[in-house]
Design a protein around this ligand. Structure first.
Ligand code: AMP
Length: 493
């Protein structure tokens, strides 16, 4: 077994390590329009993944499944595949982009027939012990059809000796580790799960007689569902006979949601811990201005990720906020492009300088985060080319120095600029007049936590601190990451 894991890890080292697993999940019970509502919910969650999407429905007798590459609106419309998804129960999934080895088999939800009946599984997050579990399962004779860690969960559920599906799910969950939010569908039972630390998000909504589970509240708003509450960390909720039931089988842990949902991932209008993500981001900008302000004429956001922080910054310093960069909305997120060369081109395709507003101006350029530095590098040069006098870069989160293992695309340590370069070196690389980041204390202050009262760390913040709430068991070393979906680069089918 040890030898097999070693072999698998060795094999993985040769693959291009791109982590891309920040996905969106949605599920609904007891609705005559189940699959249409799932498609709408997935559309609202499109920012969480644009590579592929899928829906599984149950019509009382049979399950139906459709999966496609690309955007929800292009694939799941009235004339198209929605007709093939009858039934009052449905779940869906948006998948984040992956490397060249993209395969339709890795598009979720996954479906399997177990001895307790069918089960569909949609997963946002990443398991930190998937390679170990998968190796054991394969040694026991399991056959895997995909390269995703989600299939490990399905295999564990199918293998459980318990009778009821919900008990099989609990059995499986006790074996997996990592950051995950799951939405599952068995015959007339909708199940939602959040990992023991609540790293990945999941909310509960209600629409007439239907219950809804979704990654973010913006997906409830689009279908007119009322927000009930977050699924709690370590909680399994399920809808049985139209009733919401809840169990908490894991040892109780303090909730530690991922701070990157607040900084970047969640849509600005989604509610996180009682407040819109937009408000947190404005506060990050406000705090950033308090900590790092510099003489300048204009506050310019990197659209759209820096908009809210730049508004907060300009409100604090009382200077003009200007849209100095215009975004073409018909190009996906920069990160969609799998190779660095095309990714840099993506920034140009997407953004252009608003020349008349920036000419001869000292600009304070605000973005939410700096990962590889590609965006800042391109934009600073773009602003200088368009006649800016000075460009000062201000980042509304701390330096990202540590990779993620729980499902966010913050790459290997090697690719993280702040893990390898000093502030001065980064500043030089992006060609800015000055560069400053929000401090970790400032970030928590902006969120309403107070160090003196010992109310933090409350969140999963390893990006900045290196403190991981769940040990990455599959860790292949500093430089490599653990997601099985990486294998898709090599397997290609
Ligand atoms: P970079 O250009 O590599 O420094 O990345 C920073 C830009 O990408 C910022 O504008 C962020 O809004 C955005 N970003 C940060 N984290 C992620 C992520 N995990 N996935 C996609 N985009 C991201």
């Amino acid at each position: 077994m040890r030898k097999n894991i070693k072999n698998l890890k060795k094999k993985l080292k040769n693959y291009n390590p791109k982590i891309k697993e920040e996905c969106g999940v949605f599920g609904i019970s007891n609705s005559t329009d189940a699959s249409t509502l799932v498609a709408l919910g997935l559309h609202a969650l499109q920012h969480r993944g644009q590579e592929g999407c899928g829906i599984v429905s149950f019509d009382g007798k049979k399950y139906h499944s459709e999966k496609r590459f690309g955007l929800v609106g292009d694939n799941f419309n009235k004339e198209g595949v929605l007709k093939n998804l009858p039934g009052n129960y449905a779940i869906g999934h948006n998948r984040y982009s992956t490397t060249g080895g993209t395969t339709i088999r890795n598009v979720q939800p996954f479906f399997a027939d177990t001895n307790a009946g069918g089960i569909g599984v949609a997963h946002n997050g990443n398991l930190t012990n998937a390679i170990n579990l998968r190796t054991k399962l394969v040694e026991d004779g399991a056959i895997f059809h995909t390269t995703s860690d989600t299939e490990t969960i399905v295999q564990l559920i199918a293998k459980s000796k318990r009778n009821k599906t919900i008990d099989k799910v609990v059995d499986a969950l006790f074996q997996i580790q990592g950051g995950y939010a799951l939405v599952m569908l068995t015959q007339n039972t909708l199940i939602g799960v959040r990992d023991p630390f609540g790293i990945r998000p999941l909310v509960i909504g209600k629409l007439k007689n239907s219950y809804v589970f979704a990654s973010e509240t913006c997906a409830l708003d689009i279908i007119g569902a009322k927000f009930i509450r977050d699924v709690e960390n370590g909680e399994i909720v399920y809808i049985e006979n139209d009733e919401l039931k809840s169990i908490k089988p894991f040892p109780i842990k303090k909730t530690r949601p991922c701070v990157f949902e607040y900084i970047y991932f969640a849509r600005p209008d989604s509610i996180l811990n009682g407040k819109c993500a937009y408000e947190y981001r404005k506060n990050f900008g406000n705090e950033l201005a308090k900590e790092t302000n510099v003489e300048g004429d204009l506050i310019v956001p990197v659209p759209d990720s820096g908009n809210a922080a730049a508004i907060g910054y300009s409100q604090h310093v009382g200077k003009n906020f200007e849209l100095g960069i215009i975004r073409n909305h018909y190009v996906g997120r920069t990160f969609i492009e799998p190779v660095q060369k095309i990714r840099s081109l993506g920034v140009k395709l997407k953004l252009n300088a608003n020349k008349s507003s920036i000419k001869n101006k000292k600009i304070i350029l605000v973005d939410d985060s700096l990962v590889r530095g590609t965006t800042s590098h391109k934009i600073v040069n773009m602003l200088y080319d368009a006649g800016a006098k000075e460009v000062h870069v201000r980042i509304a989160s701390p330096e990202i120095k540590f990779p993620d293992f729980y499902g966010v695309d913050t790459p290997t340590k090697k690719e993280l600029l702040a893990a390898n370069k000093s502030n001065d070196e980064i500043c030089k690389y992006i060609n800015a007049k000055s560069l400053k980041f929000l401090s970790v204390d400032g970030m928590y202050r902006a969120m309403g936590f107070d160090k003196r009262n010992n109310t933090y760390p409350q969140l999963t913040d390893h990006y900045f601190t290196g403190e991981y709430p769940v040990k990455p068991i599959d860790n292949l070393g500093d430089d490599k990451v653990t997601q099985l979906s990486l294998l898709s680069t090599a397997s290609n089918n």
